[in-house]
Design a protein around this ligand. Structure first.
Ligand code: GDP
Ligand code: GDP
Length: 447
């Protein structure tokens, strides 16, 4: 395995329960960011975390065979791409309906691909193992894993099986888990430049690399299959992570591959800071909003830059600003820059923000300081009573980096409302001067 976050694709005929399973698998990371303004989720791609393992889930949804044409031929392009990009395929069948001709066709297709496949029999709630599964062995894909996506049964063993096929152990942290690298203290800022084709990613990167000498230095874990370019700027070491199809051609970078959501997701997962580049001439598109949603879910630090600012007039500028407020309201913590990569305007300030976003993600918050800030916050404004109990916030410590997590201990904390949580978050953000990074607050109550 490379250092990439593994990709799991869900494949199967319509109605077997793929999207239900997708929601189950990805919900593990959704919890904190439910209802934010502008946030629309991509129904086909999601990030998941089980144990300490991160992975990406793709719901192909695209096996829509028609009677006249073979299933493989009818397979949506999107589905083929998702399967091609997957490390392991979960082939979902319906335990109640039993095997169909379509299932056989899909199985034949998957066997030819030679990828690891896990056969999943969904809707298996209340069914006993044994004879009922026998027919699924006909598919020649080995053991069947019974689950009930609707009732949340069998999922852990499904994830375990999938990870085992990849030679991974759930208990082991992901190699792409930036927290681990940070604790190893290599100090290299891993930067992913994300954005749709043609927003100017290559132009910007070439502008950066053209200004600075490319300094090669050894990086542990640099893999063959991922393009990771080390460079140095103002004494800071960076590693540029390959996103959607940036390829090096001689001395310059070019976007030669078609856009790949999976690659973008992998780059986001592997980064400390994600620079999301937008195009001023187009405003915020749906695809931009989806990428932004992925970044939010990943917990990575984010900086927004609207490129091609040179190419738009005052009226268009206002439209862009409004579309950012409307569609990317959930990234309020991200610094926003208006730049021209081509004319090299705004590049320096953007760089400063990237470094600050990294430092914010990696901030060290000593327990005595956190606890003092907590007490000051409570003294300024105490949490509301719930009936005749008032939550008591006693002390705080840091629970992690990238994103920083603050763990607050006390009593009756289950009565602390969202508004108060946001109040605390704002106080801590200000005190530590955090930009770009999400800040997570966990409440641990003693009673
Ligand atoms: P997809 O077309 O493969 O994405 O399937 P969906 O996720 O949309 O599910 C199709 C139908 O099966 C829906 O009515 C679901 O509620 C139902 N379903 C999904 N998972 C289960 C399950 O575990 N048990 C049962 N009994 N029904 C399920
Ligand atoms: P990528 O696909 O995101 O890597 O985008 P490119 O860097 O290849 O840029 C796509 C197009 O936008 C090219 O024609 C660039 O010259 C142009 N472009 C990039 N940056 C700017 C900019 O700041 N202003 C203007 N007007 N055009 C730009």
């Amino acid at each position: 395995m490379s250092g990439h976050t593994p990709v799991v694709a869900l494949v199967g005929r319509p109605n077997v329960g793929k999207s239900t399973l997708f929601n189950r698998l990805t919900r593990s990371r959704d919890a904190l960011v439910a209802d934010l303004p502008g946030l629309t989720r991509d129904r086909h791609y999601g990030q998941a975390r089980w144990g300490r393992r991160d992975f990406i889930v793709v719901d192909t949804g695209g096996f829509e065979p028609t009677a006249e044409q073979g299933i493989v031929r009818e397979m949506a392009k999107q589905t083929r791409q998702a399967v091609a990009e997957a490390d392991v395929v979960l082939f979902v069948v319906d335990a109640r309906a039993g095997l169909t001709a379509q299932d056989h066709d899909i199985a034949a297709y998957l066997r030819r691909l030679g990828k690891p496949v896990v056969l999943v029999a969904n809707k298996a709630e209340g069914m006993r193992e044994s004879a009922q599964w026998a027919e699924f062995f006909e598919l020649g894909l080995g053991e069947v894993v019974p689950v009930s996506a609707a009732h949340g049964q069998g999922l852990r063993s499904l994830v375990d099986t999938a990870l085992q096929r990849l030679g991974l152990d759930e208990a082991e942290p992901s190699p792409a888990d930036a927290t681990e690298a940070a604790e190893a203290g290599d100090g290299v800022i891993r930067l992913a430049v994300a954005g749709r084709p043609n927003v100017g990613k290559s132009t910007l990167i070439n502008a950066w690399l053209g200004e600075e000498r490319l300094v090669a230095f050894d990086l542990p874990g640099t893999t063959r299959d991922a393009i990771r370019v080390p460079f140095e700027r103002e004494g800071r070491r960076f590693e540029l992570i390959d996103t959607a199809g940036l390829r090096r051609k001689g001395k310059v970078f070019q976007a030669v591959e078609k856009f790949s959501v999976v690659k973008t997701l992998q780059a986001i997962e592997g980064a400390h800071v994600v620079l999301l580049l937008l195009d001023a001439t187009e405003g915020v598109t749906e695809q931009d909003a989806h990428i932004a949603g992925f970044i939010l879910d990943s917990g990575r630090s984010v900086v927004l830059a609207v490129n091609k600012w040179d190419a738009v007039d005052e009226y268009q500028r206002q439209l862009v600003q409004r579309s950012i407020e409307a569609r990317l309201g959930f990234l309020k913590h991200a610094p926003l820059h208006f730049i021209s990569a081509r004319q090299r305007v705004g590049i320096q300030a953007l760089f400063t923000s990237i470094v600050r976003a990294y430092e914010s993600a990696m901030v060290k918050m000593p327990t005595p300081l956190l606890t003092r800030l907590l007490h000051e916050a409570v003294a300024f404004q105490a949490p509301k009573r719930a009936g005749n109990v008032r939550p008591k916030l006693r002390y705080a410590h840091q629970g992690g980096h990238n994103p920083p997590v603050i763990v607050i201990h006390g009593n009756a904390l289950q009565h602390v409302g969202d508004a108060y949580r946001r109040y605390l978050e704002a106080r801590f953000r200000k005190a530590f001067d955090l930009v770009g990074t999400p800040l997570r607050i966990e409440l641990r109550t003693q009673d």
